[in-house]
Design a protein around this ligand. Structure first.
Ligand code: CTP
Length: 395
């Protein structure tokens, strides 16, 4: 995902420095070029050799270190960077950055760097809450730097409070959001539904389906990385919602209907991946549930067709995409749904093909519009999400 991108990591003297080794490794696995610059204090917490081994680049510590790779090391590195992340950022380095002080390799590079800069403060709670530090953060923010809010928890000094550096996985998401994709959905509001719905039979039992939400979550993530403002309305799933999206958990088809209708008017693109059941158990008292030959007959009632209502309410400048799962006559049935529900696109899965449909990490999809169809080979759901959004942007 980060092929051809250069990430400069600035590591300062805080115990959380050791966690950046993990981040460096994760970035390298995503094919980024990673350069690490450490303050002299950071070297007390983690050895530069760790970073050199992981990144295959010399870890820069001192401004006057002789370095063969760069003519004027700090300026060159600053120019190469697609993003610079300073994590953990100590109070001291934050003070220097806010004051324009450049007295070592890290701060000189930061001052010369025009790429987006992310700063993850990590320190004792009282230091973090100090108005001087807060002022410095505001100043950096007003200069366009992004401050990554520290997490709360037990700190290395055993105090409990705010000041922990967020985990490397979270820092990774900030980096991905900043540089992973071109922002071709900037300014667009994208509403995605995902997952199954759960329809109560009684207070104990429910009906649901095999949807895991993976396809919808991948679309939400991809749209977010492309700069969209994403709202994800999701039935019960066991996966974490993508960061930087607004998340609305729902349970039943009716909950989903209400959540979606509340938000549809303000959305530019609506993508309905959720596996909403067409029927739910009717709400009748237990005595009224008929039994025939000892078998329970569960009375069913239709759920509101969310996609169809979205089609009816669709603004002329709004794009509406549905999904269809078919076992036969996939193209004909999907085309009929486009017309019936006033859609701009339907993404069809043939449930009979290996690697397609519920639960898997892959999918085999056909992207159908009123006048085109594009059959795609087996690919990851993340990749399929990208192709669906490409098709939406192109149409
Ligand atoms: N859908 C919906 N509300 C429902 C049922 C389905 O919004 N109550 C949406 C699904 O999220 C999907 C699309 O409609 O995007 C197609 O779902 P599908 O079950 O394939 O189509 P139906 O119109 O229900 O037709 P059928 O069950 O006859 O195939």
């Amino acid at each position: 995902m980060l092929q051809g991108k250069t990430v400069v990591l600035g590591v300062t003297g805080s115990i959380a420095a050791y966690k950046i080794a993990n981040l460096a490794s994760m970035l390298v696995k995503q094919h980024a070029e990673v350069h690490v610059i450490m303050t002299e204090n950071a070297v007390n917490f983690i050895n530069p050799i760790t970073f050199e081994t992981l990144t295959n680049h010399k870890c820069l510590v001192d401004t006057f270190d002789r370095n063969f790779q760069f003519h004027v090391a700090h300026v060159n590195l600053a120019a190469q960077a697609d993003v610079m992340l300073i994590a953990p950022a100590s109070a001291d380095v934050i003070g220097k950055l806010a004051g324009g002080i450049a007295d070592d390799m890290l701060t000189t590079t930061a001052l010369a760097c025009k790429a987006p800069m992310l700063i993850a403060p990590a320190m004792n709670t009282y230091m973090y809450e100090n108005p001087i530090l807060q002022d410095n953060l505001r100043k950096l923010e007003s200069c366009g730097k992004e401050i990554i809010e520290p997490a709360s928890g037990m700190l290395a000094c055993r105090d409990i409070g705010k000041g922990k550096m967020p985990e490397p996985e979270i820092l990774m998401q900030y980096i991905l959001r900043t540089i992973a994709m071109e922002k071709d959905l900037a300014g667009k509001r994208v509403l995605v539904t995902a997952g199954p719905t759960r329809e109560a039979i009684d207070p104990v039992r429910y009906i649901t389906n095999y949807s895991t939400g993976k396809m919808g979550y991948a679309i939400a993530q991809n749209a977010m990385l492309r700069g969209a403002k994403v709202t994800l309305v999701s039935g019960p799933c066991n996966i974490l919602p993508p960061m930087f999206t607004e998340f609305y958990p729902v349970i039943s088809a009716q909950d989903m209907y209400e959540a979606v209708m509340e938000r549809q008017a303000e959305s530019d693109i609506v993508i309905m991946t959720a596996a909403v059941a067409d029927y739910r158990p009717a709400q009748v008292s237990e005595e009224k549930i008929k039994k025939k030959d000892g078998e329970l007959i569960l009375p069913l009632t239709r759920t509101n067709d969310i996609l169809r209502t979205l089609g009816e309410k669709k603004r002329s400048d709004q794009f509406l995409c549905g999904f269809s799962m078919e076992t036969q006559n996939m193209l004909e049935n999907s085309r009929a749904k486009i017309r019936k529900k006033n859609l701009d696109m339907i993404v069809a899965n043939n449930l009979k093909v290996d690697g397609a449909g519920f639960g898997t990490d892959t999918n085999v999809i056909t992207i159908i519009t009123p006048d085109s169809e594009q059959e795609l080979p087996l690919m990851s759901k993340a990749e399929a999400a990208g192709r669906i959004l490409d098709a939406i942007i192109a149409s």
